[in-house]
Design a protein around this ligand. Structure first.
Ligand code: NAD
Ligand code: GLY
Length: 358
């Protein structure tokens, strides 16, 4: 098992990564909190796979534990769903000594984190991410949110968990498409910070795609270490944390214009990274070799590289409405070389159009 620390003064916590972690969840949890009661928030299918055992282990260890099941899908990240959960927590007299555990992918993690941040002005929570995307990205760093009809993640808080438990075994039941979507975020870390990780992905794609445990532990722990470093420098995204949005400016526009239906988030990010790399070349930031390597690795991991049939002008319009857009300027994370990026606060529209039409 690997232990990584995310150093944020009194909000510091550890990320534990390894196999069979869920078998000792009571230990990993009680090392950091002594809750009066526990509420596990999860989806019905994840509850059947992993939750039931956790609930009986906690109850057997003397921690009264209840479960709230929420439906799968992005629509559960809503104030409506949050209100239903607040009702249950109040009904059960949960107080500031109660603990929430998020067991699931990014939807469960973001929703549970948001409830933890707001219920009685904040109660502790623990992340047990079960999708690859949640293990390498959403469970780490304290961004919590629900969606508003006018935009994704518009209502939220920065609120750190007490611990993150990443059990590699849970990836065995993750649908293949979701697994590959998580790999897009791993590729992102290579591009923004770590040429060694990028090379490792190029060389070990087959091992990774066949779920080799050592390879998975390596890429997940390296990704979490990179994210921890970025969040330690800029927890509340005043500037530097934006590097984590490489590929997301175009990715979000693709998601918004395709109605969040045909592509999962990681696939949209994969396409976004291909076109952000092309834009970097068009803007004179990197050689043609950089977009070539990024596109080829994304393809190798079985992820899409082509934009769906969307009008570039509509995409630019959508980028202006992204919550990361400030003062009518479209900000891009451009790549100078693998492992080296630049935050560019304003990229001229003709360059974006050229890259999108490329
Ligand atoms: P998700 O939570 O919807 O999970 C994808 C699907 O996989 C779901 O159907 C889920 O039930 C299933 N699943 C998860 N783990 C499983 C397992 N081990 N076995 C079987 N099925 C499993 O989607 P996601 O990709 O994990 O997360 C996407 C969400 O994360 C979005 O809402 C996005 O906004 C958010 N996000 C947040 C951050 C952040 O920093 N907070 C970062 C990136 C993404
Ligand atoms: N997923 C981007 C961030 O955590 O900042």
């Amino acid at each position: 098992m690997k232990r990584l620390k995310i150093d944020l003064a009194d909000r510091s916590y550890e990320i534990l990564i390894g196999q069979h972690l869920l078998q000792k969840t009571v230990t990993w949890v009680s090392e950091v909190v002594t809750p009066s009661r526990i509420v596990l928030i999860t989806h019905p299918s994840i509850h059947r796979l992993y939750g039931q055992r956790l609930v009986s282990d906690f109850n057997a260890a003397g921690f009264p534990t209840d479960v709230i099941e929420v439906p799968e899908g992005e629509t559960s990240k809503s104030l409506r769903e949050a209100e239903k959960i607040y009702d249950r927590l109040l009904e059960w007299n949960c107080d500031r000594q109660s603990l929430l555990i998020a067991l699931g992918g990014g939807v469960i993690g973001d929703l549970t984190g948001f409830i933890a941040a707001t219920y009685v002005r904040g109660i502790p929570f623990i992340q047990i991410p079960t999708s690859l995307l949640a293990q390498v990205d959403s469970s780490v760093g304290g961004k919590t949110a629900v969606n508003h009809p006018r935009g994704k993640n518009m209502i939220g808080a920065f609120y750190q968990p007490k611990r993150v438990l990443i059990d590699l075994d849970t990836l065995k039941t993750l649908p293949e498409r979701e697994f590959k979507a998580g790999l897009a975020e791993v590729i992102k870390y290579g591009v923004i910070e770590d040429a060694g990780l990028f090379r490792y992905l190029e060389t070990n794609a087959e091992k990774i795609l066949s779920h080799d445990t050592a390879a998975l532990e390596h890429i997940i722990s390296t990704s979490c270490a990179i994210k921890a470093k970025v969040v330690e420098k800029d927890e509340r995204e005043s500037h530097y944390r934006m590097v984590l949005n490489f590929g997301h400016t175009i990715g979000h526009a693709v998601e918004a214009l395709t109605g969040y239906s045909s592509l999962v988030h990681g696939e949209a990010v994969a396409i976004g990274m291909v076109y952000a790399a092309r834009l970097s070349q068009v803007a004179g930031k990197c050689s043609a070799e950089v977009p070539r390597r990024i596109t080829s690795l994304i393809e190798k991991m079985g992820l899409p590289t082509q934009l769906p049939a969307l009008k570039p002008e509509d995409m630019i319009e959508s980028m202006y409405h992204d919550k990361k857009t400030s003062n009518k300027k479209i900000r891009f994370i451009l790549v100078k070389d693998i492992g080296s990026i630049e935050i560019v606060d304003q990229v001229a529209e003709p360059l974006i159009l050229e890259a999108l039409q490329n």
